[in-house]
Design a protein around this ligand. Structure first.
Ligand code: RIB
Ligand code: NA
Length: 326
């Protein structure tokens, strides 16, 4: 196989303001300037996998505009194959408006633009060509539900391992659980997905914790186990500064500890995790080793500005992973 990872998902241009705090509704906050970075969860994950040494193809859509051409150049500069990207005649390239607070936390609003034009037909045409050559398919959900569903079905039909990153949680994800994708939600997405799938247990029931409170590890673990029962696959929950939960199909929950990180900008940490996880799985690593490597990559990514700034090269990742394993 000559491709490690195929990624189906969104590509955006990120307009980023570093501000003294995140704005409350109706509030204006003022930062020094605006930075422009490459973004979109799909494209970010593709860059993470490529920078970590993978042969990566990205499938998605941009507009017929300068931003789109820049987005493609950014991907190509990182070695990502963009032959699977359609150019929309009508919609502009997707844009994300991002505010980053002093602790590296963020607030994001996305104008989907051309990402909303990704069709099931286009995805199937690209995957028909790419999947027979690929080790892993990574699908994220900032594109239409029909395109997400087409991709997950295609992976299943081709017998290619599929990671489904439900960010954001679209209702279609629940319909795809039976196809056995490896889900990689964060804590909030995990709880939302369990609720949508109707497997919210007593322990997870609302009322346990006031809204806005960080969900407890045990409630997230319970939701993850219930979801893993539905997919029959392993499930991985990313917990940011708290590390990662891994649930195996038998329901055993393992907590992978975080690697201490210098935090500048947490944007794209989840995308980095997903891209490197996909690469490691494509290369035949067992899940626990793949999760540990992805965890180290994500912790390095938050040290650089923008979604892609801190994503490690293969050498950086190998060095840090060796240090972290001690
Ligand atoms: O996950 C981070 C990404 O989410 C940003 O790059 C932004 O484009 C949004 O899609
Ligand atoms: Na970053």
């Amino acid at each position: 196989k000559d491709i490690d990872v195929v990624v189906v998902g969104a590509v955006n241009v990120d307009m980023v303001v570093n501000a003294p705090r995140l704005p409350a509704p109706g509030e204006t906050v003022v930062g020094r300037g605006v930075e422009r970075h490459g973004g979109g969860k799909g494209a970010n994950a593709a860059v993470a996998a490529a920078r970590a040494g993978g042969a990566v193809c990205y499938v998605g859509a941009v507009g017929d505009d300068d931003t789109g051409r820049q987005a493609l150049r950014d991907l190509q500069d990182d070695g990502v194959d963009t032959s699977g990207v359609e150019v929309s005649a009508s919609a502009p390239t997707g844009v994300a408006l991002i505010v980053v607070g002093p602790g590296g936390e963020n607030q994001i609003a996305v104008g989907a633009g051309a990402n909303d034009d990704v069709t099931a037909e286009a995805v199937l045409a690209q995957l028909g060509r790419l999947l027979p050559r690929a080790g892993c398919l990574l699908v994220s959900t900032e594109i239409p539900a029909a395109a997400v569903a087409a991709a997950v079905h295609a992976a299943r039909a081709a017998g290619v391992p599929c990671i489904l990153n439900p960010a954001p949680v679209l209702p279609v994800v629940v319909d795809l659980l039976g196809l056995g994708p490896l889900l990689t939600p964060n804590a909030g997405e995990c709880l939302a997905l369990a609720e949508q799938a109707g497997v919210t247990s007593q322990e997870v029931a609302p009322g346990d914790a006031p809204p806005d409170e960080v969900p407890s590890l045990s409630s997230v673990g319970e939701a993850a186990r219930a979801l893993a029962e539905l997919t029959g696959s392993e499930l991985v929950v990313t917990l940011g500064a708290d590390g990662v939960l891994v649930v195996d199909p038998a329901g055993t929950v393992t907590h992978v500890q975080p690697r201490p990180a210098t935090v500048r900008d947490t944007t794209g940490a989840g995308d980095t995790f997903n891209g490197v996880l996909a690469l490691a799985l494509a290369r035949g690593e067992p899940l626990d080793a793949a999760v540990r490597l992805a965890n180290v990559a994500a912790s390095l990514s938050v040290g650089g500005d923008g979604a892609r700034g801190g994503m490690p090269t293969a050498d950086e990742l190998t060095t840090e992973a060796a240090v972290h394993a001690r």
